[in-house]
Design a binder for this molecule. Structure first.
Ligand SMILES: CC(C)(COP(=O)(O)OP(=O)(O)OC[C@H]1O[C@@H](n2cnc3c(N)ncnc32)[C@H](O)[C@@H]1OP(=O)(O)O)[C@@H](O)C(=O)NCCC(=O)NCCS
Length: 337
């Protein structure tokens, strides 16, 4: 007989729930993706208070007979993709195949319907379990993304310097600049316009609208990162003749663990492609971090598996593959339950 499950929502101030959440998600990572960053209640508090840009997910502990058997979350945006909700579902390794994942997703789908969202996405590290579970619940594979990691001790600086020098002649009209954070108010619009170039990154078969970037959202991202104890390092390429922003790359470092870095967006505005700006920006970033974050040992990045150009740059930089994640999606109109 299936035991009844309660989903307990929790917030960033609920210390006991955050303790349980971090223990659960670390146990799941140990089984499915041991390279994942170890989570702590403090990291969880930042994540569930701020999210990526002040639209944090709503997390739940999945409780059966007083015990947490997993956790799950719903994320939505009010900027774009107003029909869509993203779900996360994680069941403790020793609690699997008992129907807990199903009990969670059924409750989450009801909540998604209540929110008026009609399209649902879900991400999972590649595994037979995730595939079978997703398919059992009417989801289809839509996008494969690869998580890579760069170990800074292994960076071949002389080779990178050579690649940088070889790329420079292609970018004579551009200058690289370290961007101030927080962004001065009057520069937010131009930053948002340039940042929207990320919409050209491949999204596989996902049914996903272009994301909307505006000054408010750029500021919200900076506020969220500051609230999470993350320092933003942003380098832009400026097109000298027009003074336009042509490209950017962003890496965050974290006060809680100065060894850990995360690559955020790298994007080149369409009109400025073909000038090796991706490579130049990323090498310049490494040079900056060498001085600004001397304790940094690794940087993680994510790319759609089909993003040959960005992956090519990352391979030059020495990034190594950690794992593949699938994004699944379904519409709520064709529920199987
Ligand atoms: C995927 C996951 C959530 C499944 O949770 P669970 O509690 O084991 O799932 P359920 O017991 O409700 O399984 C429901 C159905 O999914 C399928 N399924 C789940 N795990 C499976 C596995 N390892 N192999 C084959 N089928 C599997 C089966 O059809 C199963 O029904 P059955 O047990 O009657 O055959 C769990 O393995 C997990 O947390 N994995 C890591 C995170 C993740 O991948 N999340 C998926 C997001 S889409």
């Amino acid at each position: 007989m299936l035991l009844s499950m309660e989903l307990h929502p929790f917030g960033p101030d609920d210390v006991a729930a955050l303790e349980t959440w971090s223990a659960v998600t670390n146990a799941v990572s140990a089984a499915d993706a041991p390279w994942n960053r170890r989570q702590t209640p403090a990291l969880g508090a930042g994540r569930f208070r701020h999210g990526w840009d002040e639209e944090p997910d709503t997390p739940y502990l999945a409780v059966v007979e007083g015990r947490a058997v997993g956790w799950c979350a719903i994320g939505t945006s009010e900027y774009d993709n107003l029909d869509l909700a993203w779900l996360r579902v994680e069941v403790l390794p020793h609690e699997r195949r008992k129907g807990h994942g199903t009990a969670m997703i059924e409750q989450l789908l009801s909540e998604v319907a209540r929110l008026g969202r009609t399209s649902v996405g879900c991400e999972a590290w590649e595994s037979a379990a995730a595939d079978a579970f997703a398919s059992r619940h009417g989801f289809e594979r839509k996008l494969s993304s690869i998580n890579r990691r760069q170990v800074l001790a292994d960076v071949d600086w002389p080779r990178l310097d050579e690649r940088y020098d070889a790329a420079l002649p292609f970018a004579r009209d551009y200058v690289l600049e370290r961007w101030p954070v927080p962004t001065p108010e009057e520069r937010l619009d131009a930053l948002a316009e340039m940042a929207s170039a990320i919409n050209d990154a491949p999204i596989g078969d996902l049914d996903y609208e272009d994301e909307v970037f505006d000054a408010t959202r750029m500021r919200a991202y900076e506020t969220a990162m500051a609230g999470r104890g993350e320092q933003i390092h942003r380098i832009v390429a400026r097109h000298r003749p027009s003074d336009d922003l042509a490209a950017q790359t962003v890496v965050t470092t974290t006060s809680a663990d100065p060894t850990w870095g995360d690559q955020h967006d790298t994007s080149v505005v369409r009109a400025h492609r073909g000038h090796r700006l991706g490579l130049l920006l990323k090498v310049e970033m490494l040079r900056w971090l060498r001085e600004a974050a001397p304790d940094l040992t690794t940087i993680d990045t994510w790319n759609a598996e089909s993003n040959d150009h960005m992956i090519g740059v990352n391979e030059v930089l020495g990034y190594q593959v950690l794992g593949r994640e699938w994004a699944y999606q379904r519409s709520l109109g064709d529920a199987q339950e």
